[in-house]
Design a protein around this ligand. Structure first.
Ligand code: T4K
Length: 383
């Protein structure tokens, strides 16, 4: 969180944040709200919910999609629906929600190191972590970069494991010509306000199995089958109509937002390519990218100063870059005692977490602001 007290009042510069949400014209949203007001229907899978599920299913090119009130509850529900238990192999280089959803299901997270370029779970290291208690793998498509899904699926098939992808950052991403939500047994998308497509708070699960979709829909509504039957211990994971309506309006602006971010992304590359000590985001090809984040990695030795120093220098100018993901999940006090969390077992993730910095990237960011941010970085290097 950026607290108001962090804003440097001595600087005349207006704050620049890591991200800003798509904000539709209020009048467009009000039109949707009028329908909700007229129907007097605010939640429990109303018309807006139905419409959003349909359009998102098409947009993400998936067979089944279930909306949720946030990505975390969606992931908790997915673990439950797929009956994961015992141990699940996951990445430490993620947001807190990833290991926490396992803990909320009484599952032990087993941390596996990451690839130094994609920042995703390294499939070559998974097999060594599998035990008789392992029931699944939970990889994250970090910063929207697809994991090596085919390799991961092969391991899962060989050992009879389920795969749940945390695709929180991956709205609109494709992998091998298919929507990223088609891989594994289930994928979770976050629709939090910090995500490119958002419903203020919200999320979705996608899957190929129709029966699983039915189970997810039951679980997200307390397990209520009909007026007379409650068939399983479900939760309240429903997305309300106000959020669904916001999603419908935001979705109509998504392509434009992506295009603007694509240009800003290219501008960052122009400025920062070939700077010693700065590693730019890895990406496969621009058609598959969603430009959700612009992470750079700063090697203190080669760049001259640390990531933390750059972040502080930014803050003097009211630029609020974020250290996603620091601290590393495996170093949280609730996980650091796990054998798999030991620093020596996760060298790449620990190094990355010390060096990563997500620079501002959002449609309303100006090209001149990107230039100013890059000039600040270059200025720091010179000193
Ligand atoms: N898995 C992964 C890999 C995730 O990254 C996340 C969420 C999840 C699972 C869980 O999904 P959800 O349950 O959240 O759907 C933010 C988000 O709260 C979180 O959703 C996201 N990942 C995480 C990476 O980022 P913070 O604590 O960094 O947010 P905050 O409040 O500091 O906001 C970041 C910047 O965004 C601010 O500096 C300003 C801007 N902002 C933020 C909000 C909320 C706005 O301009 N407007 C806003 O309304 O966690």
């Amino acid at each position: 969180m950026v607290m108001p007290t962090m804003i440097n009042k001595k600087s005349t510069k207006k704050p620049i944040y890591t991200t800003r949400p798509i904000v539709p014209d209020l009048s467009d949203y009000i039109k949707k709200l009028e329908t909700i007001w007229n129907n007097k229907w605010f939640t429990n899978m109303g018309d807006m919910h139905k419409e959003l599920e349909e359009v998102l299913q098409k947009k993400l090119q998936v067979n089944n999609l279930s909306l949720f009130n946030n990505g975390t509850i969606a992931l908790i529900t997915a673990c439950r629906a797929l009956r994961l238990s015992g141990e699940v192999i996951t990445t430490p280089f993620s947001f807190a929600a990833t290991p926490h959803v396992l803990t909320w299901n009484n599952i032990k997270p087993i941390f596996c190191d990451i690839d130094p370029d994609t920042y995703n779970l390294n499939p070559e290291l998974i097999e060594d972590l599998i035990t008789s208690d392992t029931t699944g793998i939970m990889p994250v498509h970090v910063f929207g970069m697809p994991c090596e899904c085919l390799k991961i699926q092969q391991i899962a098939d060989d050992y009879g494991l389920k795969v749940i992808y945390d695709a929180a950052h991956s709205f609109g991403v494709k992998y091998l010509e298919k929507g990223i939500g088609n891989y594994g047994d289930c994928s979770m998308f976050s629709f939090h306000a910090t995500k490119m497509f958002h419903t203020a708070e919200g999320g979705a699960l996608t899957c190929n199995d129709k029966k699983l979709k039915k189970r997810l829909d039951l679980l997200k509504n307390f397990g209520i089958k009909d007026e007379d039957h409650v068939s399983m211990p479900g939760i309240n994971g429903k997305l309300n109509e106000l959020s669904a309506a916001l999603g419908l309006v935001v979705l109509s602006m998504y392509n434009k937002e992506r295009e603007k971010r694509k240009q800003l992304f290219a501008q960052y590359f122009k400025w920062l390519e070939n700077i010693d000590g700065i590693k730019l985001p890895y990406h496969l090809n621009s058609n598959n990218h969603n430009y959700q984040y612009f992470p750079i990695q700063i090697d203190k030795q080669d760049f001259g100063v640390s990531r933390n120093f750059v972040k502080l220098k930014f803050e003097e100018q009211n630029i609020f870059a974020r250290k996603y993901f620091y601290p590393l999940c495996s170093n949280y006090s609730c996980y650091q005692q796990l054998e798999s969390a030991k620093i020596e077992n996760l060298p790449i993730a620990n190094k990355t977490s010390q060096e990563i910095l997500c620079l501002p990237l959002y449609g309303d960011l100006k090209m001149s602001e990107v230039s100013m941010i890059c000039q600040t970085i270059l200025g720091i290097k010179k000193n």
